[in-house]
Write a protein that binds this ligand. Sequence first.
Ligand SMILES: NC(=O)c1ccc[n+]([C@@H]2O[C@H](COP(=O)([O-])OP(=O)(O)OC[C@H]3O[C@@H](n4cnc5c(N)ncnc54)[C@H](OP(=O)(O)O)[C@@H]3O)[C@@H](O)[C@H]2O)c1
Length: 285
Amino acid sequence: MTTYAVTGATGKLGRLVLDELLARTDAANVVALARDPSALADYAARGVRVRQADYDDPASLDAALAGVDRVLLISGNAVGQRERQHGAVIEAAKKAGVSYLAYTSVLNAQASKLLLAAEHVLTENLLGNSGLNYDVLRMPWYSENYTGALGPAIEHGAIYGATGEGRLSTATRADLAGGTVGALLNSPGGKVYEFAGDQSWSMAEFAAEVGRQAGKPVQYVNQSEPDYAKTLEGAGLPPPVAGFLASTSYLAGFGELYSDSKDLSTLSGRPSTPISQTIAAALKG
Ligand SMILES: NC(=O)c1ccc[n+]([C@@H]2O[C@H](COP(=O)([O-])OP(=O)(O)OC[C@H]3O[C@@H](n4cnc5c(N)ncnc54)[C@H](OP(=O)(O)O)[C@@H]3O)[C@@H](O)[C@H]2O)c1
């Protein structure tokens, strides 16, 4: 019997990973790590072993990974703290003698100019020096990042960005959970997987599809990076968040969020979700 542990199991990706694992292995083989175990009472009721663990508390990680064979380390969301936090999980995994660890990094991490890539590279480097058997699962942008607020875009007939004609290889969290569990269950380790949607799209194509489904014209308005940051601030985002998103949007214009890799659909065993379907799901509510 192989035991699989999932960190970040309370998150949006983590829960989908648990769902996918439960569809493919016995609940008794699954250990879900949570800062607050009560948040996963629904999974505990299905037979998942839920253990308390905080990336900021190494002793909790040691206890949570005891007896585990294969670990999924889902990157945390505390920007600036993550090298230390992920390092604590890696150390605990070493102590527990796990046979495999998979880490969720970012697309093309080592060459990426995206601001958030630095912490992923630092974590990849920690893994490289850890002596562990591991895979890197490099994630694209979630399709849901683009479909979360379509109402105002449809109302104003405009979607803003700084990506120009750059193409995006997004995938849904559910697609990524499928590929991630494929690796967690079956990958031998020693691999870097670039997870990307099977079909890429441009912002203009995205806006046209939103308009088609809404029955109302929606156009893509391309802005300079600073102007797009101002647009986002005008929509109520704090300046640091607006700046980060504008930078990401601009860099995506140079292919930073594009890959033609088919690792994702190969590992998940199913095609990724076309952006048109993600738009349709968002419009349904
Ligand atoms: N590819 C993309 O487009 C994209 C976008 C956003 C984020 N990400 C990255 O992908 C990760 C997963 O995405 P998501 O959508 O599932 O994010 P999410 O819903 O924000 O989930 C983050 C998870 O990290 C856990 N976590 C945070 N700090 C922790 C700590 N100190 N100790 C233990 N667990 C901690 C959270 O636990 P709690 O429930 O206790 O808070 C939660 O389970 C994110 O954390 C981020 O690194 C990727």
